[in-house]
Design a protein around this ligand. Structure first.
Ligand code: HH2
Length: 278
């Protein structure tokens, strides 16, 4: 079944919602709303990775995400069946987040920034998302180049799985992500989405983060807040191509789109749902 990962960015500068949820109470409210709308997971991040974004210290990142994690999970450290992933590349942030009840580490640097993060995930038996990125957020869009973007991304992820398992992470705990928009041209992103199924050979669930990203703006001329149609199209086709986890801002709309797409694809037994009059 398609799993939806709702995005909670507690940052002043994220590319689509920067500053909207910097206040802990607003971020908590937003996270609860995404959970009600059908998110299976919430991805909580305290550092923007948009092209050109500046670095943030671990202390600052923790100041942003710590109170939100506490507010969402409470003393029981659970949120009604919804798991929380911490979107960080920093050991110190991941450690506290796992202490507070996060269950997955989403590292956009795939353990290259702080390799010890692998041992932490192993010790805590947490989930781990390994994402592909060419370059760093500061430089990644300068002139991305590949021999064959899908083969290169696949080889990178295979090597990163090997590294993570060498650090003790159980292979079953790893998910992989092609890193849409991270050191890729529009054509690279389109090719990755078109040939996503080739990543299934890695044998791990595939995460896709296409929501509101700039390739959708380049394709449609739409500003970041007006890319829902492009987001739906790219996620539905990613589902058909083999994606398992969908990292999105607009959970209600994507839940509806993916539920219908899965029923059409015959991947989900459907039941009549009474009409809601919200
Ligand atoms: N994209 C972003 C951040 N984290 N993690 C994974 N696994 N995959 C992605 O595609 C991905 C990610 C960037 O999106 P967003 O969080 O909306 O923006 P920002 O990095 O500016 O906060």
């Amino acid at each position: 079944m398609a799993r939806l990962m709702g995005i909670v960015n507690v940052t002043p500068d994220s590319f689509s919602d920067g500053g909207r949820f910097l206040e802990p109470d607003r971020a908590i409210q937003h996270g609860r709303r995404l959970a009600d709308e059908g998110a299976d997971l919430l991805d909580l991040g305290g550092e923007s990775t948009r092209p050109g974004a500046g670095a943030v210290s671990a202390a600052e990142e923790l100041d942003r995400v710590g109170p939100v994690l506490q507010g969402l999970l409470g003393p029981e450290r659970t949120l009604a069946g919804v798991a929380i992933s911490i979107d960080t590349s920093k050991l110190a942030v991941a450690e506290v987040a796992l202490d507070l009840g996060a269950q997955i580490v989403n590292d956009v640097t795939a353990l290259r920034s702080e390799p010890e993060l692998g041992a932490l995930c192993a010790e805590r038996d947490s989930g781990l998302v390994l994402m592909h990125m060419q370059g760093t957020p500061r430089t990644m869009q300068e002139s991305p180049r590949y021999d064959d973007v899908v083969d290169d991304v696949k080889a990178f992820l295979a090597e990163r799985i090997e590294f993570a398992t060498s650090q003790g992470v159980a292979e079953e705990r790893i998910w992989v992500d092609p890193g849409i928009g991270f050191g890729k041209t529009v054509d690279h992103n389109l090719e990755l989405l078109r040939r996503l199924g080739e990543l299934e050979e890695l044998g791990r669930p595939i995460v896709v983060g296409a929501s509101r990203k700039s390739f959708l703006g380049e394709l449609t001329g739409r500003e970041v807040g007006e890319r829902l149609g492009g987001t739906v199209a790219s996620n539905v086709l990613a589902l058909r191509a083999g994606a398992d986890v969908f990292r999105v801002h607009d959970v209600a709309e994507l839940r509806q789109a993916l539920d219908v797409a899965e029923a059409i694809l015959g991947r989900r037994a459907w039941q009549r749902t009474p009409l809601s009059r919200a």
